[in-house]
Design a binder for this molecule. Sequence first.
Ligand code: GLY
Length: 389
Amino acid sequence: MGVKLEGYPGITGEQIKDALDFCNRQILHVLPDFTDKFQQAYSENGFYPPVENRDWTTGFWTGEIWLAYEFSGDERLKKAAEVQVHDFLERINNKISVDHHDMGFLYSPSCVAAYKLTGNKEGREAAVKAAEQLISRYHPVGEFIQAWGAMDEPGNYRLIIDCLLNLPLLYWASEETGDEKYRDIAEKHIHTAVANVIREDYSTWHTFFFDMKTGAPDHGATCQGYRDGSAWARGQAWGVYGLALAYKYTGRREYIELFRRVTEYFLEHLPKDLVPYWDLEFNDGDDQPRDSSSASIAACGMLEMSKYLGAGEAEYYREIASKIMRSVYDNYAVKDFEISNGLVLHSTYSNHSPYNTCDHKGVDECNAWGDYFYMEALTRMSKDWVLYW
Ligand code: GLY
């Protein structure tokens, strides 16, 4: 509990209500354009174009609609989300762009949410099929789920830290079907991931490679961070939230201590306004873009973990999350339909550097998960929220 953030105000109940009210109105405002279509992963000059359901990110938009429905109970939202859930069922039935590990990002906030909130049967069917697809990427020798690419290619034999958020889908599938195979694979993957992606100083690797023949750990590397040895802000945030979820689902107490350390590293590298630059190597004074999505993701992780901690420590993480979200609300949230059709500005999808391997796209824009986790964090602070994860 080293980082105190004294003097920073938290977000108030009124502000949370105001923020969710705007989200609800913005989503209703754009819904006609984004019911049969989805929002692109990132906005262009503040505006998301409509796209087909192909990318790894479309579940976030449907998740935003469900969160808005939880807030307002407006039936138009439920109807639109149901159209999208049907599309997700078609997508998994026809195996359209599902040859990767992001089944949880796609199917938890869309289809698991639909089933939990409304008993939607298509949502349940789609999510169980997505879980089946996800475990098809499991490597029993290395004991991890491969992120991207063909499964028989040694250059693809790696996991990424983001995958921790894909695993709740497997716990849900075991719970629903009574088949332990999903949970067993999730457990193995968590163990392999946590043992390798966290460095000695509690910063994290984005991706980690293994030897395809023996399964032995080989080396860490970045894809979307600035350089191999730096800490990609969103990777660290996926680590914060991923460890909270890992503890929730496994009950392994060592994950609490790792959560504390990984979160501390994240907090110690925040700039003055508590919203990180895209890589934690950068700070105030650097001419670099922010990644506001990382702030909301980490806040969700702290709010989740606070449920399992003693009163004093729980309060510490809730207060920090509240202060971070105050800054996102004050300084980054969209408050006017005219400037954007999204919810949160100044996020970064992937920023190409001389030392990384990612495409350059969605830099200093809104993105689907930045909007979604902003709403999730606000919803968590407004009530005892039943997770979609
Ligand atoms: N999971 C990919 C990203 O966070 O950009």
